[in-house]
Design a protein around this ligand. Sequence first.
Ligand code: DAH
Length: 369
Amino acid sequence: MTDLAQLEADLSAQIAAAADAAALDAVRVAALGKSGSVSELLKTLGALSPDERRERGPLVNGLRDRIGAALATRKTALEAAELDARLAAERVDLSLPAPPERRGRVHPTMQTMDEMIAIFAEMGFSLAEGPDIEDDFHNFTALNFPPKHPAREMHDTFWLPEDENGERKVLRTHTSPVQVRVMQTLNRQLPAWIANGQKPPIRIMVPGRTYRSDSDATHTPMFHQMEGLVIGEDIHMGHLKWTMETFVSRFFETPGVEVRFRPHHFPFTEPSAEMDVRCDRSGGEIRVGQGDDWLEVVGAGMVHPNVLRNCGLDPDKWQGFAFGFGIDRLGALKYGMPDLRDMFAGDRRWIEHYGFSAFQAPNAATALS
Ligand code: DAH
């Protein structure tokens, strides 16, 4: 056997014996690498005479090509075998339990809001909304807060910096400005010749965020209110009282809830009242219908004639009542949270404890039961 034939036989045997990609690469380097056996042979061609080179050149080059091809073929075979082995070894066991996943909870404020909406919807109220950033007109002036009147200070307002028109907007201090927006929109939406003078009745509920610079166990700088507005031709204080009492007894799902109305002052209602719910706040928990504490949950009254006028309604024809509930407070009362500030502290343990499952979403049917 010639030296070339011997070398080819040896290399072919080594290629066939290489068990994995690393072993095969070692054979490649030993043959075709910089100082590999085949490469060394190629280098000797330069020193030969032209005649010798003509004879030996094709032999050595042919050897290099065949070894290269054999390496490539073996490489493909090894890779295929490796893939087969991995496919055989690796398994996805679909019967294994899924990794545990944290389940989100519905915030008590949102749960309470949904419960309130379900109850008021059942009473025929429809939803309305307005912006969190309000102008002075909607938040105060249209609601009969006289200019420079101390009542404007009553709300610990968050004022925004003056804008380019010299106007200072506010983070709305209550949801009452939406009353104004709804009454005005009603006026705008109906051209006089269609409306034929008949603009209301109105029966809306307005859930939303409100803001005041105030913080203690029963106040948070951001909180939620549910405004209500009912306007008709023959609406009186009796309707207001019935609505409040009916709502509270449905909301607390217990006949034992005791409420009291106290005379109060709001610029936008006359007469005005606040309603409290009897509760017990001793012992770090809050319980409705017992104890000697009272928690104010709603401000209400008959819409002031000036407000109706400011919104384009004739007070000699239209009257109505309005109310503004503290949603967080009602939720805290119902679900026993002693400190409102915890509701917005963002503590995960708190929400896991007090939060609701999404499957407990209230609807009109459960609100009535
Ligand atoms: N806007 C009042 C507040 O935030 C609550 C309120 C009182 C709303 C009387 C009303 C109302 O609609 O008639 O303190």
